[in-house]
Structures are given as C-alpha cells and as structure tokens.
Design a binder for this molecule. Structure first.
Ligand SMILES: Cc1cc2nc3c(=O)[nH]c(=O)nc-3n(C[C@H](O)[C@H](O)[C@H](O)COP(=O)(O)OP(=O)(O)OC[C@H]3O[C@@H](n4cnc5c(N)ncnc54)[C@H](O)[C@@H]3O)c2cc1C
Length: 402
C-alpha cells in the first residue's frame, strides 16, 4: 500500500544538513517529513564503524557548534570531537617548518576555541538519533525522491511507495539534488582536476589542538586534531597524483606523508582506510523555486580548502529555520523564500567564488607566486588589524534564535 501524508514541510536528504534542517524546523513547531534515500545512520560509536563509514571530519567553527548545541546533539565525547585552539597556515617550500607560518590563536579573539573537529559519521548518527526522538518528524526512509509534481498550493513527492504532499520542500539532497533538478535550477560547475585523500593517522608528538594547513602547489595538505595523538588528514592534489597515492600500501603512503607531517607531529603511526573525494565545485544559480528551498550541497559544493562547506550549510539551516519561526503561516510563501534567498546570497557567493579563486591561484602559481604568497603571509603576521579582520571573517555568526 502506498504511504500517503500531507505535511507542512518535507526535507529531502538525510545527510548532516538534512538531518539538522529537519530538527531545526521541528524545534520551531513545524510538522516535518524527512525523506531519506536509505536507512538513517545508526547509533554513534566514535571509535567504531559508524565513525569510519565516511572517513571525513569537519572543522566546525563556533557558530556551527552553537547551532548543534541548540539542537541538543553536541556531546564532544560521544562524537569523538576535538577542540581547535589554533590554526596554522604554512606557505613556501615543502611546507615544513622552514616555510613561512602564520598562526591564529582563538585567545586573540577572546575565545577558548575557534571550533571543533567533528567526525561526519558520528555527527550524522547523533542527529539521526535526535530525529528519532522528535515526535513532529516523520521519517520516510528507503527510497530516493523520484518525481515532483506541482499543484497550486502543494508539491507532490514520489519516492518508492511513498506519496507526500508538502507546502514547502527543502532540498538537502546533496550535489545531484533531485529537488534542484526537477525545479529546473541550473548550476555553475568548477572542476580543477583535484582529488582529496582523507584518512586518520596516529602520531608521536601531541598536536596541541593546532590545525595545520600546508599550502602547496596542487592543493592544501591539512592535519586537523582528533582526540589523543591522532589527527585527520585532508590531502588535496591533482587527481593523477592523488590516484597514485591511493594505490600505495600503508608503509609507502606513510613515507609519502612523512616529509609534510612529521616536522609538526612526529613519527606517523597507525593509518585508517583512505577515502578519495574528487573535488568538483558546484553552485546553484538560485537557492529557491516555487515552494522549494535549497540547503547544503544541494545549493553549493566547494573545495575543502578553508573548511567552509558544512559551516556554510549549517548557516543555511539556521537562517531558513529562523525565517520559518518568525513568519508563521504558509511555509512555502514566496515572500519567505525570497527572504531566505536574499539572506543567504552574499555569504554563499562570497565563499564559493573566494575559495574557487584561492584554489585557482594555488594551482596556477609558479614558484615565484608561492614565494610572494609566503612573504605576504609573513607580512600579515606583523599586522594586527589585518590578522583580526581575517580571523573575524572566519567567525561570522550563525543567525541564532533556535
Ligand atoms: C575532503 C572533504 C573535507 C571537508 N572538510 C570540511 C570541513 O573541515 N569543514 C566543513 O565545514 N566542511 C567540510 N567539508 C564539506 C562537508 O563534508 C560537506 O559539506 C557535507 O558533508 C555535505 O553534507 P550535505 O548533507 O549537504 O550533503 P550529503 O552528505 O551529500 O547528503 C545528501 C543526502 O541526500 C541523500 N539523497 C541524495 N539524493 C536523494 C534523493 N533523490 N532522495 C532522497 N535523498 C537523497 C543522500 O543519500 C545523502 O544522505 C569537506 C568536504 C570534503 C569533500
């Protein structure tokens, strides 16, 4: 028998963004249906299989952590998260300590930490558990959204045997979003031929809660603290180089990492499985269509350079949830959707094109440019107002109110 439901809001996609969106909307009293292509993530186990499933972690800045706290899912121990006290950016040479390093300290902004490094898999599991405890959210799991039909005051969704009528459909269904495509929203694509390798590794020196980003031709090599003497690695390089490294056995991969990682973190110990993420940035030309709003990677996919993606997605979630709370009535109201698009446009475009430009410069620059960029980093280090502006740019607040 087909499942039929008529709801105010349907959230499509149960990644971190969709789960957070469903929870945030329900917190404001909306009746929500969450459509998941597969089963929801299982109970969190920070050092177990759940944490290993995706391999990625996200460096989430304090505004994003604030949202997760308000949603009741920020438990650092349960998540296997680690605070980030300092950010170190290294330019020049191989990126070893002989290069120019610029270090930002959270204390300079009067904060204990910039944010936390959170495994995506445990975060998704914790959000899914919270969704399961929320009476106002009905989960329809097991079949992807296939079709969307417009009626004057509803959208009709088809997913397997499920038929949903919703006044607002929120597309959180990732880079190949069916919500976006069925609305006819075009995208801009940027592919610079890079692939990120992601894994965790143990090391002999303490990381002292410093996240270290080595700017190298081909892309950044970033080590982000995890609990104990462990870090997550995001190594972005040209796809051919990354593919060759994916084929190495663990000892050979450790050897390839050693000149970059060991100066900062000592000898490299156990390595987790390596995961590859081809980097193909994509930006939706509109964040809304009639009775539809896009959040997360359905709206914008960007390079991990600068650790912006999920931070940006959680700002989408907070903004849309707040608009839904402050404008009761039809959640698919065109004025509400226009306010969402307007509130998010500058942030989304500025991050997307800013990161793309930075990425292109890193890829295109012959050694003299990299030298110049290293010198610029060194100069910035001595200019407190510029440092402050850079740091404050990273700490832009998530609209609150949840
Ligand atoms: C290597 C790497 C490192 C990163 N590091 C950081 C970082 O440090 N900080 C940061 O902020 N960001 C980071 N990011 C970005 C971050 O990981 C992503 O932005 C985030 O995981 C995307 O979440 P999402 O929920 O929007 O999309 P997804 O995780 O893609 O979720 C989409 C969901 O929709 C579902 N779906 C798809 N189609 C359908 C359909 N038709 N019907 C129903 N469901 C559907 C999928 O099954 C999936 O569950 C990084 C990204 C990469 C690649």
């Amino acid at each position: 028998m087909p499942v039929k439901q008529d709801v105010e809001i349907a959230v499509v996609g149960a990644g971190v963004t969709g789960l957070a969106m469903a929870l945030a909307a329900a917190r404001h009293g909306a009746e929500v249906a969450l459509l998941a292509a597969g089963p929801l993530p299982a109970t969190p186990r920070p050092s177990g299989r759940a944490a290993a499933a995706d391999g990625r972690t996200a460096a989430l800045l304090m505004p994003a952590i604030g949202l997760l706290t308000r949603l009741g899912v920020f438990d650092p121990t349960g998540l296997g998260a680690e605070p980030l006290y300092r950010l170190r950016i290294v330019g020049g040479g191989t990126g070893g300590p002989e290069g120019t390093a610029l270090t930002f300290d959270a204390a300079e902004l009067g904060m204990d930490a910039f944010g936390w490094n959170v495994p995506n898999a445990t975060l998704a599991s914790s959000l899914a558990a919270a969704v399961g405890r929320t009476a106002d959210i009905t989960v329809h799991a097991g079949a992807p959204l296939q079709n969307v039909t417009e009626t004057p005051d509803r959208l009709l969704l088809e997913a397997g045997d499920t038929r949903l009528a919703a006044r607002l459909v929120i597309g959180a269904d990732g880079r190949a979003s069916v919500v976006r495509e069925t609305a006819g929203i075009a995208t801009t694509e940027r592919d610079h031929g890079q692939t990120a390798i992601v894994c965790r590794f143990a090391h002999t020196k303490p990381h002292r809660n410093v996240s270290t980003e080595l700017h190298r031709k081909g892309g950044p090599f970033t080590m982000v603290p995890l609990p104990g003497r462990n870090s997550s690695l995001v190594w972005v390089d040209r796809t051919a180089e990354s593919e060759a490294r994916l084929d190495l056995d663990d000892d050979a991969f450790r050897e390839a990492m050693a000149p970059l990682a060991e100066p900062w973190l000592g000898a490299i110990g156990a390595l987790s499985k390596r995961h590859a993420f081809p980097i193909r940035a994509r930006l939706a030309k509109s964040l809304t269509a009639p009775r539809r709003g896009l959040v997360g990677e359905a709206a914008h996919v960007m390079s991990p350079l600068g650790a912006q993606g999920l931070n940006l997605s959680l700002r989408d979630v907070a903004t849309l949830a707040e608009l839904l709370a402050t404008r009761p009535g039809d959640p698919g109201d065109p004025a509400l959707l226009a306010a969402y698009a307007e509130a998010r446009a500058t942030d989304v475009k500025a991050r997307f094109w800013g990161i793309d430009t930075l990425n292109r410069l890193v890829l295109a620059s012959p050694p003299p440019f990299r030298l110049a960029s290293s010198l610029a980093l060194g100069l910035l280090d001595r200019l407190p107002p510029a440092r402050r502006a850079l740091m404050q740019g990273m700490m832009e607040a998530v609209p609150g109110g949840l």
